[in-house]
Design a protein around this ligand. Structure first.
Ligand SMILES: *Cc1c(COP(=O)(O)O)cnc(C)c1O
Length: 384
């Protein structure tokens, strides 16, 4: 896969060498079940303890507040369903936003079928949710607020600390999906006053199939997965020791060096943006101009079919995305792009390029050249 240019870091990232190194012993000699009282079991237990400490330190939490899961989707589903179930007696109203990941939105739809009521806050043209809208939506019987920290499609960063403050003032549990934020910006459960927070390891150079839900001490939540006493009885199932060890290491790395990483990725993004703006007429940038994830560039190229562009880029050895990875493959227009006011035509002409730390200036320049060439070609075919 060398010589290929990977610009889809919002979809997933490669496992880093240090993470792999942390995982390997768990897949070979330290194979014990962490519940076992014998030596290999105790070793597995120690590995879990270390990872839990690494994870907690990376986000300003304490180790008992970390519950390992199978990833971002499970963490999101659990936060919503677990809080809804534990607070049924108090009310049935949940507040979220229109631009959440499907793991949140589909769970909300399911909860509506169970009798809960869901308010979806709108986003402005730049993808921001207004704190005043949250304030207005709160009512007696609101049992949960869930608003993502940064958007996976357009990269817009929310005013998460504001939402946390409002939620705390009203005594309502606040959950944030910080899957895209980890490693790209500071993630601090106290600065945000988050009561619950979802992360997924494979979005920051950890393994796929491992995530966590941060649950603030004192938060009442029901389990989603029932069975054994793992994760303090909150999440049953024999622990994915290798995955968790990898996630712990990945979190330690992700939390360190954020300013340097963000500066480097911002410079590459601005280079890509300026290059495309100079070469492709009519191109538009989506999302917030400054409050956005460093590596995220989202564009609309009028007159160019996004799917056709993706296929041609793939042939040229460049991996990008036309929306969220979960929606491509289906023909459904992105709910995020709809929410920020793009027309169906504009949505079909959109492209997401997400930069990671291993990308180079040469790769960015090559990408500008290819997109320019393909856009001209696709436009001439259309005009023919
Ligand atoms: C990727 C992603 C998820 C889902 O995480 P998985 O570990 O792939 O299930 C949830 N929310 C956001 C914002 C994401 O980007």
């Amino acid at each position: 896969m060398r010589n290929r240019i990977y610009l889809d870091h919002a979809a997933t990232t490669a496992i880093s060498p240090e993470v792999l190194e942390a995982m390997m012993p768990c897949l070979t000699e330290s194979y014990g079940n962490a519940s076992g009282v014998y030596a290999t079991g105790r070793e597995a237990h120690r590995i879990l303890d270390r990872a839990r400490k690494q994870a907690a330190e990376a986000i300003g939490a304490t180790p008992p507040e970390i519950c390992f899961t199978s990833g971002g989707s499970e963490s999101d589903s659990w936060a919503l369903i677990g809080i809804a179930a534990a607070n049924r007696g108090k009310g049935n109203h949940i507040i979220t936003s229109a631009i959440e990941h499907h793991a949140i939105l589909r769970t909300c739809e399911w909860l509506e079928k169970q009798g809960f009521e869901v308010t979806r806050l709108p986003a402005d043209e730049e993808g921001r949710i207004r704190p005043a809208d949250l304030e207005q939506a709160i009512r007696p019987g609101t049992i949960l607020i869930s608003i993502m920290a940064a958007n996976n499609e357009i990269g817009t960063i929310q005013q998460t600390a504001e939402f946390g403050k409002i939620a705390r003032e009203h005594g309502i549990p606040f959950h944030t999906d910080a899957v895209q934020a980890m490693g790209a910006m500071p993630v601090d459960v106290n600065a945000w006053q988050a009561d619950l927070l979802s992360l997924s390891a494979h979005k920051f150079h950890g393994p796929k199939g491992t995530g966590l839900l941060y649950i603030r001490k004192g938060t009442r939540i029901d389990p989603l997965i029932h069975g054994g006493a793992q994760e303090r009885g909150l999440r049953a199932g024999t622990e994915n020791v290798a995955g968790i060890a990898g996630m712990g290491k990945a979190m330690e790395i992700a939390a360190a060096g954020i300013p340097e990483r963000a500066a480097r990725e911002t410079a590459l993004r601005e280079r890509l943006k300026a290059g495309l703006q100079a070469a492709v007429s009519g191109i538009r940038i989506n999302g917030h101009p400054t409050n956005r994830l460093a590596g995220n560039l989202h564009v609309t190229i009028p007159g160019v079919d996004g799917e056709a562009m993706l296929l041609r880029l793939d042939l040229a050895g460049i991996a990008a995305s036309s929306g969220s990875a979960c929606t491509s493959g289906s023909t459904e227009p992105s709910h995020v792009l709809e929410a920020i006011g793009l027309t169906d035509e504009e949505i079909k002409s959109s492209l997401r390029l997400t930069i990671g730390e291993e990308n180079t200036e040469a790769e960015i320049d090559e990408t500008i050249r290819k997109i320019t060439e393909i856009a001209a070609d696709l436009r001439s075919m259309r005009d023919f």
